[in-house]
Design a protein around this ligand. Structure first.
Ligand code: LIP
Length: 301
């Protein structure tokens, strides 16, 4: 029998206890990840030299999947390392897991990687837990109950004293290169990056700067915190964004699609634009429209 989203959202005990389980697993995963450094073990590539997997990605996912299947046998599991294209995400209650988001950073010892543990019902991100073991930073959220840093500090971190956005021109924008480095998507990204940075007199948006820090989940948490203003990416997967999605929305942010007019973003839609909580002279919707006006071409995933 299928479980309806409202059945679960209206049963706070369940959501709280699932969230607690995910936090516990995130800390255990963090011990495995920290224990690996500085030697990150056997590194293999998936589709190319920028798409990496280590023995630790697999070990962390195995541990998490074993524990979750044991404790919640009725819920499905959708993880990066065990993903089978013949089994896409469905409406069933599902754990959506990336054992190490930011694998390239992990391999290089760049301290910006995390375990990203999401739970979706009807493909709606409902619980999110993101833990960066390098910095001991935990983000968590349950739909309808707010988002938190280290369990006790409510997000966004920046409240009413944050500089209001006038539009893209005073924003700090995060983009990612991804691992696909040719073809139309690559061209769309490169031309869009250029337009974002370019002087207004030459037709650009001249944002304050671009950041590319290699973890979709942590990027979403940074937008939720208010330390980044917007984040645009095409090519990542549901396990990269599910957990951060809840954290962002519970912190007052919005997430829409990466292409112009895509107001209804899907967790498995693979192209996203995240915008921080409104403390702007312009609305989040106006920011989305302004950003979409800069996108050069279309992201096709
Ligand atoms: C990575 C993302 C990153 C994105 C990469 C990749 P991984 O996840 O978080 O932001 O640009 O394409 O999906 O592979 O480190 O789990």
């Amino acid at each position: 029998m299928s479980v309806h989203v409202l059945d679960i959202v209206n049963s706070p005990c369940d959501l709280n206890s699932i969230c607690d389980t995910l936090i516990d697993l995130a800390f255990r995963a963090g011990e495995i990840i920290n224990g690996a450094l500085p030697d990150t073990g056997n590194t293999g590539s998936k589709k190319n030299s920028a798409d990496l997997v280590t023995e630790y990605d697999r070990a962390v996912e195995e541990m998490i999947s074993r524990e979750l299947k044991d404790k919640y046998p009725d819920f499905r599991f959708h993880g990066e390392e065990s993903y089978d294209p013949a089994c896409p995400l469905t409406d069933a209650p599902t754990f959506v897991i990336d054992p190490i988001d930011g694998t390239v950073n992990f391999v290089h010892g760049f301290p910006h990687a995390c375990v990203s543990l999401g739970f979706a019902i009807n493909r709606i991100p409902t619980i999110g837990v993101v833990f960066n073991p390098f910095t001991n930073t935990l983000y968590s959220a349950i739909r309808g109950k707010g988002a938190f840093l280290n369990r006790d500090t409510r997000l966004p971190l920046k409240g009413s004293n944050v500089e209001a956005l006038n539009g893209l021109s005073n924003s700090l924008v995060c983009v990612e290169w991804g691992s696909e480095r040719s073809g139309k998507n690559w061209e769309t990204k490169m031309r869009t990056f250029e337009k974002l940075g370019q002087d207004k007199e030459e037709g650009g948006a001249m944002v304050r700067s671009l950041r590319s820090i290699g973890s979709a989940a942590l990027n979403l948490c940074a937008v939720a915190s208010g330390t980044l203003d917007l984040y645009w990416e095409g090519g990542c997967w549901a396990w990269d964004v599910c957990a951060g999605w809840v954290i962002l929305e519970e912190a007052g942010g919005i997430i829409v699609g990466g292409n112009p007019g895509e107001w209804e973003a899907k967790v498995d839609g693979r192209k996203y634009l995240a915008i921080r909580a409104a403390s702007s002279r312009v609305s989040q919707e106006e920011l989305a429209e302004e950003f979409w006006g800069i996108v050069q071409g279309r992201l096709e995933y």
